[in-house]
Design a binder for this molecule. Structure first.
Ligand code: SAH
Length: 256
């Protein structure tokens, strides 16, 4: 018996992996995380599956479902939004399972930062301009360690993807303005990959106002990056005709 933690993807029910979908179809117990996991994903469950919504359960209640399934020898499909490696409470659930001697595995999912980049049609790394992506959040009711404060993360000028921060946009803008000029590019994607997806493009100067006007307070990804405004980047080495790598020999011999 195994508990499968399955990334459901960002909202579009077609964005769960084939492996994840097959497990949802096969497992006699399915537990999903509230409104962010699409109904169509849960509808894949067997007619006789026991289906639980974890939104109104605490960690003890969730663990009790795993224990019951274990006692009955029934696999569990535990479906959560996006990918399990980011803000998913995987660690605390897995710790309980380890203590109980219950096997578990993770099936990765498409994270909302990836779906947001897709919605923007934006590569988040650009050759020689930006080669790093930082996934983080603003500090609110859930504290962020002081060493990870936004100002210090911003100093890298890496692409910054902020989860769980839409309601804290004023604070985000204030802290980033200590490092970046007011025309620094920011994009916000609300409900990426959902039918009601919305995109805002702006700068530090106007993004808070735009979000307020659009009433965007949750389920939104804030992407802060110079790549959003760079058009004249150099081509990458990947498809460079003068560059050989493991899969391809150079066609044009570089004279230097
Ligand atoms: N594990 C998830 C993140 C869970 S934290 C993942 O990999 O995506 C919840 C936060 O994720 C939200 O506050 C929001 O910032 C972001 N989020 C989740 N779904 C989203 C979507 N469809 N569009 C934009 N942001 C989303």
């Amino acid at each position: 018996m195994t508990v499968y933690f399955i990334g459901a993807g960002p909202g579009d029910p077609d964005l769960i992996t084939v492996k994840g979908a097959k497990l949802v179809e096969a497992c006699p117990v399915v537990m999903y995380a509230g409104s962010l996991v699409p109904k169509a994903v849960i509808e894949r469950a067997r007619d006789d599956a026991k289906v639980y919504n974890s939104a109104d359960m605490d960690l003890n209640e969730i663990t009790a479902v795993y224990e019951q399934a274990h006692a009955a020898g029934q696999d569990v499909a535990r479906v959560q939004t996006g990918d399990l490696s980011i803000y998913s409470s995987l660690a605390e659930q897995a710790r309980r399972l380890d203590a109980l001697g219950i096997d578990w595995q993770v099936v990765p999912g498409v994270s909302s930062f990836q779906a947001s980049a897709a919605a923007l049609g934006q590569e988040l790394t650009l050759p020689e301009e930006c080669q790093t992506i930082i996934l983080s959040r603003a500090s609110g009711r859930t504290p962020v360690p002081e060493k990870e404060n936004l100002k210090s993360l911003a100093a890298h000028e890496a692409t910054l993807c902020l989860f769980l921060s839409a309601s804290l946009i004023n604070k985000v803008v204030k802290e980033l303005s200590e490092v970046y000029p007011q025309d620094w590019p920011v994009a916000v994607v609300e409900k990426a990959s959902h039918p009601e997806q919305r995109i805002l493009r702006g700068t530090l100067a106007d993004i808070a106002e735009q979000m307020k006007a659009a009433k965007i307070r949750a389920t939104a990804m804030i992407i802060v990056s110079k790549v959003l405004a760079i058009d004249d980047f150099v081509d990458s080495k990947l498809y460079d005709p003068t560059f050989s790598h493991a899969c391809r020999k150079a066609k044009v011999i570089d004279s230097e």
